[in-house]
Design a protein around this ligand. Structure first.
Ligand code: ADP
Ligand code: S3P
Length: 305
């Protein structure tokens, strides 16, 4: 693997310190950074955008490759003093996403100051799946609100609790669990899809950072139809084939809740990730890629604050 790459392109100064480097496509790229892995802006140009921090250095921040993977920042050495100057790659990292996830986690962890991360989103949006990945990467503990409620009821399932005591009773327990968790630190919490409807729950969750996993309803319906809706009692009252009735019910619930989800500190849109990567089916975006995006969105939020 070459450790040094000569990029022939030209630098263009933009808006004070912003520069844009359009690098022609006929580059001699090493095999691990093929053209397909860099965002292509126009037919014959690959475009890198970033801040020109020091005289001779240009950093391409974490970027997503077209194959749906994240690449670590790349450092280019160059100059913006004249056009068509050479730029050189002086540092590179492997494409191993787990390593990237770990690196970003280590960077973000001190900024969290022990604050918990609350994942909110519709049923099946991946709160539990991503919660586990993120907690491991950050070295935080993972809690799933539904599982805690089930434990508190001697192992009864959410569906059984709904059936025996009603939704209101389940929601009261959900609030109680969130209140308990809100006094703790260094947790990643997977909330139930409906936790966002009660303002009191937001008061608890806002002690930490809330992240909305925004997944297209069709993808949710596909996932939930595949695993069955037995454990999700709110999906039980429609007629039709399993996919259509799940989608119909999800659409109704989403309309009622979308404004509440939008209260979250950060939003991770699976559709946006897939579009950026040129991936047609959002279901093809790997959980680790989404976890990385969650951390990047948290980083954005922390910078804005
Ligand atoms: N990124 C993903 N791509 C494909 N399937 C996923 C993804 N994330 C989660 N799933 C699947 O979707 C289903 C619901 O995920 P889960 O994490 O339990 O969601 P939630 O906790 O939000 O209800 C599970 O079968 C899980 O394996
Ligand atoms: O959306 C909802 O109101 C619910 C979502 C479920 O959790 P998941 O989001 O983990 O499926 C569970 O809390 C309960 O079935 C109610």
């Amino acid at each position: 693997m070459p450790s040094f790459l000569s990029l022939c392109g030209f630098w263009k100064k933009r808006k004070g310190h912003d520069i844009e480097a359009n690098v022609s496509q006929g580059l001699q790229l090493p095999t691990w950074i093929t053209e397909a892995k860099i965002v292509k802006k126009q037919d014959s140009f690959l475009q890198f955008l970033g801040k020109y921090k020091e005289q001779n250095w240009f950093q391409i921040p974490h970027f997503m490759t077209r194959k749906g993977r994240f690449h670590e920042p790349i450092f280019l050495k160059g100059s913006c003093s004249s056009e068509n100057v050479a730029a050189s790659l002086v540092d590179s990292a492997s494409l191993d996403e787990s390593k990237i996830l770990k690196n970003i986690s280590e960077k973000i962890k001190p900024c969290l100051n022990g604050r918990c991360i609350y994942l909110v989103g519709m049923m099946g949006s991946g709160k539990t799946t991503l919660g586990k990945i993120l907690s491991e990467a950050l070295g935080f503990s993972f809690y799933d609100c539904d599982a805690l409620i089930e434990q508190a009821f001697g192992g009864s399932t959410v569906a059984e609790i709904f059936k025996s005591y009603g939704e209101g009773f389940f929601r009261d327990n959900e609030t109680e669990i969130l209140q308990k968790l809100s006094s703790m630190h260094r947790l990643v919490v997977s909330t139930g899809g409906g936790a966002v409807v009660r303002p009191i729950n937001w008061r608890h969750m806002q002690k930490g950072i809330t992240v909305w996993l925004d997944v297209p309803l069709e993808a949710l319906a596909t996932r939930l139809t595949a695993i069955g809706t037995d454990s999700r009692p709110l999906l039980h009252n429609e007629s039709g084939d399993p996919y259509s009735k799940t989608l119909k019910r999800l659409s109704t619930i989403f309309k009622e809740r979308v404004e509440a989800y939008a209260n979250a500190d950060a939003r991770v849109s699976l559709q946006n990730i897939a579009s950026k990567l040129g991936i047609e089916d959002v279901c093809d975006v790997a959980p680790t890629t989404i976890a990385i995006e969650v951390l990047l969105q948290i980083e954005n939020f922390l910078k804005i604050r």
